[in-house]
Design a binder for this molecule. Sequence first.
Ligand code: ARG
Length: 458
Amino acid sequence: MKLWSGRFSKNTNKLLDDFNSSISFDQRLYKQDILGSIAHATMLGKQNIISKDDSVLISNTLKDILNDIETGNVQFNVQSEDIHMNIEKILIDRIGNIGKKLHTARSRNDQIALDMRMYVKEEIVNIDKLLKTLQKTLLTLAKANTITIMPGYTHLQRAQPITFAHHLLAYFEMFKRDRDRLSDTLKRTDILPLGSGALASTTYPIDRGFVAESLNFSAISINSLDAVSDRDFCIELINTLSLIMMHLSRFSEEIVLWCSYEFKFIELDDAYSTGSSIMPQKKNPDIAELVRGKTGRVYGDLLGLLTTLKGLPLAYNKDMQEDKEATFDAIDTVKMCLPIFTDMITTMKVNKKSMYKAASNGFLNATDAADYLVKKGLAFRDAHEIIGKLVLYCINNNLELKDLSLEEYQSISNVFEDDIFTIISLEECVNKRNIVGGPAIKTIEQTIESCEDYCSNS
Ligand code: ARG
């Protein structure tokens, strides 16, 4: 018999039970649901809305149920629709009429809003930890590569020399913003909706502050309609998760490129690569590709939930049950991708020689050669033109700027002197860029230090 069967004269259709039920996916909320119910029952007892004895019996039985679920001794049932009614039904089966008092001054609408907020709060902390581990890995790698010169690209064309540390620390910044966004989302998730009832709060003298404190919420919601129909916190979380995936995906794309035969900047560890069923020579970057691929499903979760909510009138509508799979899938995906990605980059080999070689070809020092002329008094546009001509000369003769003789330089502009050769060395190009934000070794060492401080304080 359904907990709401009173006004019905027929049983529900079997198809409806399957269609309507969310227990297959919301059972993961059992802990939040039970802890929320214990706080609620305790408050009902404290406020004399139910007797102290009843309140204690309900709480103790709920604790037993929690334990039984965790030891695999509870069977959930589609008939009971969702996690809330499954647990309430088990409670009533165990303690009869007293169990029927738990749902006083509460609705599943504020109950599910509570469960989701508790769940999201926990997962934000978990995902933040994973991001921090990834950031620490980036710092370890960066420390080992402060002088590893590699080509920096724009349009995927070799542009200017940078260091591998500088490149890695770009991702550190992205994940730092992601962590900021998580903690910002946490602020708006950390609001207790319980007490909003179905939509219009309740007539019972409940103590919402007490429940908030017991469940470790910093604030209580101030509009019952909003509180039961708000899923902004899920959307904000999936939005942040989408950005995390976007960052991982861009990084993955670089990993895929870097371990190709064409680049050979890195080699993935055998434990984090896969082979081909037909081509014996293959070593494929499947992890990076899958992370890149899974980014799409997290974007899908975001778009799906935004679309689900866009036309809903206040307050609760059953459409909102669809928030769960989207939110859970996005969380699960990110929680799967972050550790494996971190392990993959921890174990990869950095091919410093290939990086240096790639940075040595393709005129990455051309901007510095132009800047040299500017420092000797030329206007930048004229300097640009002169170096452009030299580059063309080099291309036609299969040379690099460093291969030209001083005479060849001077044949184009007599401003050139012997010091041009120091200026265009890759080390000089990198280390001259010593302003905040630049790749110079000293700058990067300072950046690494402040990043380490950030990691120990956050
Ligand atoms: N399973 C429902 C959900 O996830 C719980 C709330 C149901 N409320 C209702 N009035 N039917 O949204």
